[in-house]
Design a protein around this ligand. Structure first.
Ligand code: UD1
Length: 337
């Protein structure tokens, strides 16, 4: 079975390539290296003993996408990670996000639509729920108006896939991730943020290693037990494994609808201060931080109802927050040594 993984050298993509190869799939990676490095291939090879096929390609080039599918007509499934993901950047440069996240999706679907049958897995985000009214968030929670062009591309992407699946041989699974963190336990692959990290955990580990002076905690006046925001932090290896399970569901025709949606989280909400505590525990050092104003656009609470993923998809997270933080910390130490 040959699987195309777009964005396969990125954070979640690379961990998924490892899990696919561990399960015996042949993987071909597309990546334009805009936010990743070819060295990631070596990390994947060190873990699995095998380098995936790699095509450096920009999915915004329609003819390149067409040529790819001519060359690899035998692809049995596509896992589509390739996308831009910085919320702030998307506000400043919306067309970059619409071009990269929407045009690329359309070009891939145009090729899959030509096939009698195709299996497609889409990287979506819990951001589609905005501030959900009830916790935990299940898949029937309302999709709220997007708060950024980035968030909008995830919503529009889901809609495009749903529309196309109705009139084609495409079956799809939309995976709505909560907050992926951590690194592979081998420390051969992990997160490689370019510039100043916007996400909490890489900022914490970079502060711990001395690359940043201190963490700014965005607000401690939220209506939560300790006043800081609550999120559902999921180990990236657990998340990667969910993609393999979802793909097998499509390949084995176990899906109940042409398009299915699953929330991928642990079901446990952790506050910013709890994440800091977990870091201090696994690293054995205090973290420098100060409380500052709230960050615009942050929701107070977001954690997943995992019932559907557990019972229908048949997948569950295995790692705790501390294990995920420990792997993130080991990775940070390795890449700075
Ligand atoms: C962010 C995006 C979300 C996207 C997700 C993907 C925003 C508003 N949301 O989610 O759309 O799907 O990343 O990775 O950007 N925090 C600090 N200090 C920091 C960084 C973060 O206190 O330096 C806090 C935030 O206020 C938040 C929590 O840590 O409460 C997690 O932040 P982050 O890692 O950016 O994730 P999200 O905001 O959940």
């Amino acid at each position: 079975m040959k699987i195309l993984v777009t964005g396969g050298l990125g954070f979640i993509g690379s961990h998924t390539v490892v899990e696919l190869q561990n399960e015996g799939f042949e993987v071909v990676v597309i990546d334009n290296l805009s936010n990743s490095s070819e060295d990631v291939l070596k990390g994947i090879e060190a873990i699995t003993g095998k380098k995936p096929l790699f095509e450096k390609l920009d999915l915004r080039e329609k003819s390149a996408v067409q040529d790819f599918f001519k060359k690899h007509a035998d692809v049995n499934g596509v896992i589509h990670f390739a996308a831009s993901k910085a919320v702030g950047e998307s506000v400043g440069n919306p067309l970059l996000y619409y071009e990269n996240n929407i045009n690329a999706l359309v070009y891939i679907l145009q090729e899959l639509e030509k096939k009698q049958e195709a299996n497609f897995i889409f990287s979506s985000s819990c951001t589609v729920y905005g501030q959900a009214e009830t916790m935990p968030i299940n898949e029937d929670s309302a999709v709220q108006p997007a708060m950024s062009p980035y968030g909008n591309t995830k919503q529009i992407g889901e809609e495009i896939i749903t529309d196309v699946a109705k009139v084609s041989g495409i079956n799809a699974i939309l995976l709505r991730y909560f907050n992926p963190i951590g690194a592979h336990p081998s420390v051969e692959i992990g997160e490689l943020p370019i510039g100043v990290p916007q996400n909490l955990v890489p900022f914490i580990t970079q502060t711990g290693i001395g690359l940043r002076k201190e963490l700014m905690v965005y607000g401690n006046d939220y209506p939560t037990p300790d006043g800081t925001c609550i999120r559902d932090y999921i180990h990236v290896v657990d998340l990667a494994k969910a993609h393999v399970v979802a793909l097998q569901r499509l390949l084995n025709k176990k899906n109940q609808d042409k398009v299915e949606t699953f929330n991928l989280g642990t079901g446990v909400g952790s506050s910013v201060l709890e994440v800091i505590n977990a870091f201090e525990k696994v690293s054995g050092q205090k973290l420098a931080y100060q409380i500052v104003d709230r960050r615009e656009g942050d929701v107070t609470l977001a954690y997943a109802d995992t019932t559907k993923a557990n019972e229908v998809l048949g997948w569950k997270t295995q790692s705790t927050l501390e294990q995920a933080m420990e792997s993130a910390w080991k990775w940070e130490q390795k890449i700075r040594s």
